[in-house]
Design a protein around this ligand. Structure first.
Ligand code: AMP
Length: 205
């Protein structure tokens, strides 16, 4: 199965991707995570994209498509893939159709006026990859899952969130129509509990 998770920043793609990948044994490929790993390791790619990521804008299409193409060549993608955060614009969507077209596109629909709250309350664990919201775990320092220190993503601040939302609306939202025309789009209400969103996704897969 080849799946895309579409949705605004902070709509819960990463959280749902972890559940889906686990249940259906699909490799979870998050371009945001891949870029962050490259930045952490100070690779040539990481050095190229760091500044643009800090502003909330998209990394160049050619670098992003190449990154995904390489990743999809790995043996674990023989069974399919679960893409999270890719494609982010029409150029990338067309490129993916040429590389390995998706079967289904799950679009997490959330109230955009609540995105800033969803993102600025987000806490991430670099160790186990967990992502949480202070509304649910409180203002704690350590990861409720593995106990390691929680961090706030550098781009999860109010100024950058505004830019990321603009980018989403102008560049990513047109993909809803693109995949709808291909008959692949499935809308899921993302403004529900994590468990209910996952239950709705399982129903349509
Ligand atoms: P995310 O973790 O998906 O929220 O992505 C964080 C940042 O990584 C984005 O704001 C972009 O700067 C960059 N990024 C992630 N995925 C893509 C993509 N498909 N195309 C371009 N830039 C991306």
């Amino acid at each position: 199965m080849k799946l895309i998770l579409l949705g605004a920043p902070g709509s819960g793609k990463g959280t749902q991707a972890a559940y889906i990948s686990d249940k259906y044994d699909l490799p979870h490929i998050s371009t945001g995570d891949l870029f962050r790993e490259n930045i952490k390791e100070k690779t040539p790619l990481g050095l190229k994209v760091k500044a643009v990521m800090d502003t909330g804008n998209l990394c160049p299409d050619d670098l992003t498509v190449e990154l995904v193409k390489d990743r999809l060549n790995n043996a674990d993608c023989k069974v399919g893939y679960l893409l999270d955060g890719f494609p982010r614009d029409l150029v990338q969507a067309v490129a993916l159709d040429e590389i390995s077209a998706p079967d289904k596109v799950i679009n997490l629909v959330v109230d955009l006026s609540k995105i800033e709250h969803r993102i600025t309350g987000r806490r991430s664990c670099q160790f186990c990859g967990g992502s949480f919201h202070v509304d649910f775990i409180g203002n704690v320092d350590n990861c409720p899952t593995c106990g390691e220190k929680l961090t706030i993503r550098k781009d999860d601040n109010p100024e950058t969130v505004k830019e990321r939302l603009d980018v989403y609306q102008t560049q990513t939202a047109p993909l809803i129509e693109y995949y709808s025309k291909q008959g692949k789009l499935i809308n899921i209400n993302g403004d529900q509990s994590i468990d209910k969103v996952f239950e709705d996704i399982v129903k349509v897969l």
